[in-house]
Design a protein around this ligand. Structure first.
Ligand SMILES: Cc1cc2nc3c(=O)[nH]c(=O)nc-3n(C[C@H](O)[C@H](O)[C@H](O)COP(=O)(O)OP(=O)(O)OC[C@H]3O[C@@H](n4cnc5c(N)ncnc54)[C@H](O)[C@@H]3O)c2cc1C
Length: 359
């Protein structure tokens, strides 16, 4: 692993259109920098394809406000830091899944990292981050398919690269129906989270999981007002309680008819190259009470279709080689997210809280 940052150019525009013009002018050798918690890490490790020669600082574009109205919902400027989102009273009152997802960081990272950076962060695959010549780094192999793939690799297949999308905010934003305002050289347009994160593909000659072009910037995240009476949860399970990405996570937004689920949107995080809907669990729960038995069936439905990666040298452990053990962790994340909803039947309690990190 390299530990030095090479000399680089630094530009600090004060308007979105100037930032887009600069990124266009540098034609892919420049990248936007927001909080820098991910990009500087990539530059420090001198990742072959991902180290820019120039950074365009987007922190002074006036994109750091959070606003809420009952008619328009929530808008979050892309350079708002995660602490601001976590502490915002409207986020806590109306968007509990997002408040919870924003609580998974250490204080230090949350104070510096921004919402736009969080959803745009590069994968944390240990092969890429150690500068292996994998697909994302200019090579033509995914080392996770043949190497150790226990932690940060997909349970639900992949295309070229099998690293999971790492963001905690993305599953919650997907469940909440968020859209992104994106500014490029041709003006601004709107993307749903599903359009923004289609899974791994080649964009501007690079293997990546989001659809943003090299000269586009996310300026705003927009979340509609939740339906009356909607209940939400986000539950993450990590190996350690501090400074760790989840092994699996689940965001749920549900509406109820009395004590029965009217509709449920269940989004699985950290188990695929994008946040994925657990459609069969959603259909199963429709019209049913959130009893312990129904929650258990929904959790089983959610892990149907998982195709864990194997890795022979890790040896058989009864749970499947490679990353198969994480299907059980995923079922646990779904179970606890559903148990956390207020309409869960009496006696159904989450096993542990999402335990916001306070170090
Ligand atoms: C020790 C550590 C622990 C972490 N743990 C977690 C965790 O548990 N959960 C989790 O979700 N994340 C975790 N992260 C990742 C962290 O959340 C991201 O590094 C951070 O959110 C990135 O935001 P940033 O503003 O620093 O982005 P930057 O580092 O500035 O940028 C990251 C990438 O996003 C692009 N970018 C940034 N803003 C925009 C924008 N508005 N439009 C277009 N592109 C943009 C940049 O060009 C760059 O490619 C962790 C990181 C570290 C270092």
């Amino acid at each position: 692993m390299r530990t030095e940052i090479n000399k680089f150019g630094y530009l600090q525009p004060t308007s979105v259109s100037d930032a887009v013009s600069l990124l266009t002018q540098y034609g892919g050798s420049a990248r936007a920098i927001s909080g820098g918690t991910d990009l500087l890490y990539q530059m420090k490790n001198q990742l072959t394809l991902l180290t820019p020669t120039t950074v365009v600082d987007i922190s002074q574009l006036g994109l750091n406000q959070v606003a809420y109205s009952s008619s328009n919902g929530l808008t979050i400027g892309a350079t708002t830091n995660i602490t601001t989102v976590k502490n915002d009273p409207n986020v806590n009152q109306y968007y509990g899944a997002l408040a919870s997802a924003a609580s998974g960081h250490t204080v230090q990272i949350a104070n510096q990292a921004t919402v736009g950076g969080n959803i745009n962060q590069e994968v944390w695959c240990w092969y890429l981050r150690n500068n292996y010549d994998c697909w994302r780094n200019g090579g033509n192999v995914c080392y996770a398919i043949v190497g150790d793939n226990r932690y940060y690799h997909s349970l639900f297949g992949g295309n070229l690269c099998y690293a999971v999308h790492p963001s905690d905010l993305s599953p919650a934003l997907t469940a909440l129906g968020a859209t992104l305002t994106v500014q490029g050289p041709g003006g601004s347009h709107t993307l749903t989270m599903e359009q923004f994160l289609p899974g791994v593909s080649i964009v501007d000659g690079r293997v990546k999981e989001n659809s943003l072009r090299y000269n586009e910037i996310v300026t705003q995240i927009n979340i509609p007002t939740p339906a009356a009476g909607a209940q939400q949860a986000y539950f993450r399970i990590a190996d350690r309680t501090a400074i760790d990405f989840p092994l699996a996570s689940c965001a749920v937004v549900a509406t109820f008819n009395g004590t029965n689920v009217a509709s449920a949107k269940i989004v699985l995080g950290h188990v695929a190259t994008k946040p994925i809907r657990a459609s069969s669990a959603e259909s199963f729960l429709s019209g049913k009470e959130l009893t312990e038995a129904n929650i258990a069936t929904a959790a089983q439905n959610a892990i149907e279709g998982a195709t864990p990666l194997t890795h022979e040298s890790l040896g058989a452990n009864g749970l499947g080689q490679g990353n198969g053990f994480r299907t059980y962790i995923l079922a646990g994340a779904v179970t606890n997210a559903l148990r956390s909803l207020q309409s869960a039947s009496p006696g159904v309690q989450p096993l542990v809280s999402t335990n916001p990190i306070t170090v």
